[in-house]
Design a protein around this ligand. Sequence first.
Ligand code: PGA
Length: 243
Amino acid sequence: MPRKLAAGNWKMNGLAADLAQIDALLRDHMPSTAEVLICPPATLIAAMAARAHGTALQVGAQDCHTAATGAHTGDIAAPMLADAGASHVILGHSERRADHGEGSALVAAKARAAHTAGLVALICIGETEAQRDAGQTLAVVTEQLRESLPEAATAASTVIAYEPVWAIGTGRTPSIEQIAEVHDTLRAALPDPEIALLYGGSVKPSNAAEIFAIGNVDGALVGGASLKAADFGAIIAALDASR
Ligand code: PGA
């Protein structure tokens, strides 16, 4: 069985004052049987990692460069993230694919850099609404998986998040059958069947339990609902209660 993981993606949200949410999460909602990860903006990684030190809470980043050092103004290298206390890095999120033109080959190169630095790569894939309407979902996600995943990816080094682009931040989610169809297809395509497969896109306390009851869903990548400890804590509890 793959490990269960509740991962929060704070995106471009969070100031030092918001670290109070981490204190509340640790106090009221942990420990849990599932793994718990928060990926704050890079500015908060070190402070959050210090807060999480000695607890089961893991801290991650939201992107990294392909190179370990060099003349790349504004970028952050994977060894720097590890040095700041990160254990994971989200790669290929649809917002980066859209806002920064990141393609799957670049995502794979970033994942290799993450692995070299000892970070777990949390690789995101997902179809647009137009692709789903055109019946291309399974072809799109299978191709993204094949092209974004480094050859050496294992369950210890890699997590996959299926995030339909049209479900992110919209309050809309695929049907249970649609999520199951994609996750079953991805599981069969994974080089290591123990790699955890997360669902992401408008996961919230009210829908978490039914999503976690789907076979081949090992957890969630949560955006908006990860910003408040009470909401994310309810999602962690639903994951703990699943299976
Ligand atoms: P959302 O975002 O939960 O706010 O829809 C998920 C994500 O983009 O990772």
